[in-house]
Design a protein around this ligand. Structure first.
Ligand SMILES: C[S@@+](CC[C@H](N)C(=O)[O-])C[C@H]1O[C@@H](n2cnc3c(N)ncnc32)[C@H](O)[C@@H]1O
Length: 199
């Protein structure tokens, strides 16, 4: 089953109010410069970016992008929105100071290629900020995630409940600067950077 944009927003609404909005705000409100949001979806983070940044968002789903466009318009927010995949970003090397992604790396088909692309488009020392649900560390919880993932992927557009995104980021060219855990490690906020030129 493919979840459409309106259904996605409706399904997430209670979680947004209870939990996610606060985390979104903290993750993106401080970012500066040229910012790329990967998997921008329906634009749930748009209200929280500073009006001063130069914001670009990509997503492969035109339905989600259309909703993001309407949201940007309603907010009076200037943002360039393009149809693209994280695995093949249509931007030159070192085009962005910051890349953000929220609830996206659970879903991308090839997370390693996506991380290579994030690294490529960031300036040296550029910032990568993520909010993701991930594989939990306790064995029973992780086993449940393994069990549920095949079904969940079919219901929720390839979303993997059991992806260890933090380890992937750490092992693929990024220095982890901060990690905040929520719900016993089920949800994490990560601040990371690419290595600087001189390193
Ligand atoms: C769970 S939604 C999250 C949307 C939004 N980031 C949010 O926080 O509400 C996952 C998003 O990732 C997008 N997506 C899926 N595969 C992708 C890929 N390969 N590259 C970039 N975005 C992708 C989907 O279209 C969808 O908008």
């Amino acid at each position: 089953m493919m979840m459409n944009a309106a259904l996605y927003d409706a399904a997430l609404w209670p979680i947004e109010k209870l939990f996610l909005q606060k985390l979104r705000q903290r993750l993106v409100s401080g970012v500066r410069g040229r910012v790329l949001e990967i998997g921008v979806g329906t634009g749930a983070n748009l209200p929280y970016y500073s009006p001063e940044i130069e914001l670009t968002g990509i997503d492969p789903d035109e339905g989600f992008l259309a909703r993001a466009r309407r949201r940007a318009q309603a907010l009076g927010r200037s943002v360039t929105l393009r149809a693209a995949c994280a695995e093949e970003l249509p931007f030159p090397d070192h085009s962005f100071d910051t890349v953000t992604a929220t609830l996206v790396f659970c879903t991308v088909a090839d997370p390693l290629q996506a991380l290579r692309e994030v690294h490529r488009v960031l300036v040296p020392g550029g910032e990568f900020k993520l909010l993701e649900h991930v594989r939990v560390r306790h064995a029973l919880g992780a086993a449940m995630q393994d069990l549920l993932t095949p079904l969940w992927r079919r219901i929720a557009n390839n979303c993997h409940l059991n992806r260890d995104t933090l380890s992937l980021v750490q092992a693929n060219g990024f220095r982890i600067e901060s990690v905040r855990e929520h719900l016993r490690g089920l949800v994490i906020e990560v601040g990371a950077r690419t290595g600087r030129k001189e390193e």
